[in-house]
Design a binder for this molecule. Structure first.
Ligand SMILES: [Zn+2]
Length: 246
């Protein structure tokens, strides 16, 4: 049993989703990065029960969030296939443009904080969990999340890449850590230590891509670090994800 806490399936077809199901996937959370892709995530979710949608404005496009987008999101969230607010967060390390060009500049931090705050509020109002993109310095995001009240409606850090102190603070607050393919393959010492020490009950799996099968590798690598089997990691991570969105 396998799951994606964070992928971008685009307009993946029914046949592609059946194929994912055959590879052991029971739950795929496909995330929007703006309004059109959030609408698309819901369309994908309607094609097959294993796909569920997350709606949100990515910090790379934080200046596109406004009251009219918020109202559209309120409408989209009425759909039972909308299970979380994502992808939201902070990124002070650069951005990808809509044309997928890497830029060293990023959206004005004041705007990023305002957009994040508004979307955290939306999640609380809708009693939905959030999956958070954290490319802010040190513990800034956790300081903010602890104050936000969103710990009551569920939080996961997507693409976790920080250290043991950060991971411990997440566990203390009931925040899940989602482990992605690129980070685990980088095998950075501080990250691996955090992964080793964090109870499996707080881990999720993701590829942040349109190819869910990469989760098999993520589970295998987590299993190697923790002395477990790939299947056990896949099953517990899926149960954790179900708990987050229930
Ligand atoms: Zn993403």
């Amino acid at each position: 049993m396998y799951s994606e806490s964070h992928c971008h399936l685009g307009d993946m077809t029914y046949d592609d989703l059946i194929d994912a199901e055959k590879k052991g996937f029971t739950l795929l959370l496909t995330a929007g990065i703006d309004l059109p892709s959030s609408e698309q995530a819901l369309e994908t979710a309607h094609r097959h029960p294993i796909a569920k949608a997350c709606i949100g404005v990515h910090p790379w496009y934080a200046d596109e969030f406004n009251n009219s987008v918020r109202n559209e999101f309120l409408g989209l969230a009425e759909d039972e296939d909308c299970v979380a607010i994502s992808e939201i967060g902070l990124d002070f390390m650069g951005r990808m443009t809509h044309e997928w060009v890497r830029e060293e500049t990023f959206i004005d931090p004041k705007i990023q904080y305002e957009t994040l705050d508004a979307q955290l509020g939306l999640a609380r109002e809708l009693s939905l969990p959030v999956l958070v993109h954290d490319r802010a310095p040190k513990m800034d995001m956790l300081d903010l999340l602890e104050r936000s009240g969103n710990t009551n409606t569920g939080i996961a850090i997507h693409g976790f890449s920080k250290d043991l102190d950060y991971a411990r603070r997440c566990v203390d607050n009931g925040i899940f850590l989602s482990i992605g393919l690129r980070t685990i393959q980088s095998a950075e010492v501080g990250f691996i230590k955090a992964l080793k020490e964090t109870p499996l009950e707080y881990l999720l799996t993701e590829t942040d891509s349109s190819k869910p099968e990469g989760v098999h590798t993520v589970c295998k690598l987590i299993a190697d670090v923790k002395g477990l089997t790939q299947e056990e990691v896949g099953r517990v991570a899926t149960e954790n994800l179900m708990r987050l969105i229930s």
